[in-house]
Design a protein around this ligand. Structure first.
Ligand SMILES: *Cc1c(COP(=O)(O)O)cnc(C)c1O
Length: 366
């Protein structure tokens, strides 16, 4: 039981899970923050950040995991198989611990330490799979292998994509219901929502959520898809009027967005285009710079993948693609605690002196 405003108030809009199995750790209802510096500096008065970093395991993947694991619980499944670049695994391990379900996760070799130790802390068994995430054919083969073994063992694998795990992924739609609710409080509505895409599942959940709200009379924001240049499965295709997403050889170093195969890409492309949104490409360097700006200028502690939507928005704003009067939301998808190495990089060259009391006094007075 949680006494906080409950995620499951949206139960009627997502895949059905019986009431007795609706576990919660206080996921969702994350803060919506208006930019205090970055937006105003560019003369954009209505730039907002939705802080998915505030979820229990530190990323939006909790919206997926809470529903995925509740569904397993309702079916009496005792074991969970999952794949992950890190955050899905951390979220699944978190909710499996809460549900008393045993959890085994196949992860990428490149999974950052913060995410790996988080999975271990919750008691998950882990295996690093060679080449996973980087090579599209091999990645698909790994997904298929897990699906087959999961079926044999009576535990459908939890992969954070609609293509594989539609029940759990319906939980990601809640971000849009919340945004509608939060903007209603200020008698407003977003015009552009920037979302990062790896496999595209989160983008699709966000768009479907807004489509549902649109059916009940809300406007439809343009959902803008941002990808790193080194994993451009969807963004350029969307921008250039193509019908299909493309598998790539992934070269980005951004954990969470190393998804070489298309997965939900084709659906993202169709739905994002229908919403009036387009694709945006950013470099890894752009992403690290914006991760640092969020930390230094807004007080927002994000992992690199969490800064991708903002990097795309700032680029589009600077290029004159977005009208400065518009309301813009950037989804900050994961916390800085996930990836301490990326934080070290941000702090490169900064020395922390070790001094005695007098030296400390002298330093403070200087
Ligand atoms: C998983 C993840 C993404 C990408 O989500 P997809 O559904 O694969 O597109 C983006 N940011 C963070 C922090 C993630 O963990």
């Amino acid at each position: 039981m949680s006494l906080s405003k409950n995620f499951w108030r949206w139960a009627d809009k997502i895949s059905f899970v019986e009431e007795g199995s609706r576990i919660t750790l206080g996921e969702g209802d994350t803060p919506l923050i208006r930019s205090r510096h970055i937006g105003p500096q560019m003369e954009f008065e209505h730039l907002y950040f939705k802080l998915e970093t505030a979820n229990p395991s530190g990323s939006f993947k909790d919206r997926f995991a809470v529903v995925a694991v509740a569904d397993l619980l309702s079916r009496g499944v005792k074991k969970c198989l999952a794949t992950s670049s890190g955050n899905t695994g951390a979220a699944i391990a978190t909710y499996c611990a809460a549900a008393g379900i045993e959890c085994t996760i196949a992860i990428l070799e490149t999974t950052p330490l913060g995410k790996l130790t988080q999975m271990l802390a919750h008691g998950a068994k882990l295996v690093r799979v060679k080449g996973f995430g980087l090579d599209p054919k091999l990645s698909e083969a790994i997904f298929e292998m897990l699906s087959r073994i999961g079926k044999e063992q009576g535990c459908p694998p939890q992969i954070s994509a609609f293509h594989y795990s539609p029940v759990g992924m319906s939980g990601t739609q809640t971000i849009s219901y919340e945004l509608a609710e939060q903007f209603a409080e200020i008698e407003s509505y977003p015009d552009h929502v920037f979302v990062p895409a790896g496999g595209g599942g989160f983008a699709l959940g966000t768009i479907v959520g807004f489509e549902q709200m649109a059916q009940t009379g809300y406007p439809m924001p343009a959902v803008e898809i941002v990808q790193p240049e080194g994993n451009d499965t969807i963004a350029s295709a969307l921008r250039n009027g193509k019908e299909k997403a493309n598998a790539v050889n992934c070269t980005t170093a951004i954990s969470g967005l190393q998804v070489a195969s298309v997965i939900d890409g084709d659906d993202v492309l169709t739905h994002a285009r229908a919403s009036g949104g387009t694709g945006h490409i950013v470099t890894d360097d752009d992403i690290w710079k914006v991760q640092k700006r969020l930390a230094r200028e807004e007080g927002i502690f994000s992992e690199p993948a969490g800064a991708v939507a903002t990097a795309g928005a700032l680029k589009a704003m600077a290029a004159g693609e977005i009208d400065p009067g518009k309301k813009i939301v950037c989804l900050v998808t994961g916390s800085g605690f996930k990836d301490p190495v990326s934080i070290d990089k941000m702090n490169e060259g900064i020395e922390v002196p070790t001094l005695d009391i007098d030296e400390t006094a002298a330093l403070l007075q200087s």
